[in-house]
Design a protein around this ligand. Structure first.
Ligand code: PBG
Length: 309
């Protein structure tokens, strides 16, 4: 009997990351008829988890979430890595391959602490460290004051509980995966858009690892992949990073993809938005949309995308 695991799955150690890794393991075992010990979870402390008092954009960006797992993939310590796709940089090394996108969960943000934006007091302090959430909030409610909220979901809810802010935002998907979908209220995409690829779990392996690619491919959800790849193509066209206040949502609609996008200046005074429809699988058009949007954007928005601010 061979008791070696068939697949070593790297994950971050936060409760949300572990829940996502467990979901991946459960799907793999169900699809292949494996026992759960045939997939080994290998937790790593990511650089991004070590610094929790400053905004991610300030301390080095999204690479902080993938650096260690990329390294472990490269040196063969793990066969695959589980990521929240919204935390994964737009341009990935050629040596890695996104072998599967799991069925996407609720794509919306939830507002926590108050029942609606109208219920925020005049000048309310709101906790977030995401440039998109800060800018989008200030666009709706210029009177609010934004304070940095980082750390895992429980940490952020704890800060809210301790009165450090009147409200905060969290992704519905993360709350759901932690069994906390009773927290806060979902924000209607007509009013408030999520981050590119929000709610999507991606599983990466080495591009040249045919066995891992084959084993993981059964988990791939084509509809979710089409949506998140279009959102990431837009990001590529915009040259967006985690510094960029970009809000976008792509849904399937009548056999096509329907995209809504909004860009903001950092303090929220300026906003450009657009809607577009694409054929499923067309990545050139969302990328072009990003380029066109920036060309016509007001200067406060182009400045942040051109790294001038
Ligand atoms: N930036 C942190 C992060 N990365 C992924 C999620 C939640 C799950 C997801 O959006 O896919 C969260 C927490 C949040 O934004 O509330």
């Amino acid at each position: 009997m061979n008791d070696q695991p068939i697949l070593r799955l790297g994950t971050r150690r936060s409760p949300l990351a572990l829940a996502q890794a467990e979901e991946t393991r459960a799907r793999l075992c169900a699809s292949h008829g494996w026992d759960s010990n045939m997939v080994e979870l290998v937790p790593v402390v990511a650089s991004g988890d070590k610094v929790t008092d400053r905004p991610l954009a300030e301390i080095g960006g999204k690479a902080l979430w993938t650096k260690e797992l990329d390294q472990w993939l490269a040196d063969g310590s793990i066969d695959a890595a589980v990521h929240s796709l919204k935390d994964v940089e737009t341009i990935r090394p050629d040596s890695l391959h996104i072998a599967a996108i799991l069925p996407r969960a609720d794509k919306r943000d939830r507002l926590i602490g108050v029942a609606s934006f109208d219920d925020l007091t005049e000048g309310a302090v709101v906790g977030t460290s995401a440039p998109r959430r800060a800018a989008q909030l200030l666009n709706l409610r210029p009177d609010c004051k934004v304070v940095t909220f980082r750390g895992n979901v429980a940490t952020r809810l704890g800060k809210l509980e301790a009165g450090e802010a009147e409200a905060t935002f969290l992704a519905a998907a993360g709350l759901e995966r932690l069994g906390q979908d009773d927290v806060g209220v979902p924000l209607d995409p007509e009013l408030w858009l999520p981050a590119p690829a929000q709610g999507a779990i991606a599983i990466e392996c080495r591009a040249d690892d045919a066995r891992a690619r084959e084993v993981l491919a059964v988990l791939d959800h084509a509809e979710s992949r089409a949506e998140v790849m279009a959102e990431r193509a837009l990001l590529l066209g915009l040259g967006g990073t985690c510094h960029s206040p970009i809000a976008v949502l792509c849904d399937h609609d009548a056999g096509e993809l329907a995209m809504r996008v909004a860009l903001f200046s950092p303090a929220g005074q300026e906003r450009v938005e657009s809607t577009a429809r694409f054929a499923v699988g067309d990545l050139q058009s969302p990328r072009q949309l990003g380029i066109d949007l920036l060309e016509n954007a007001p200067s406060g928005i182009t400045a942040v995308f051109n790294g001038l601010q």
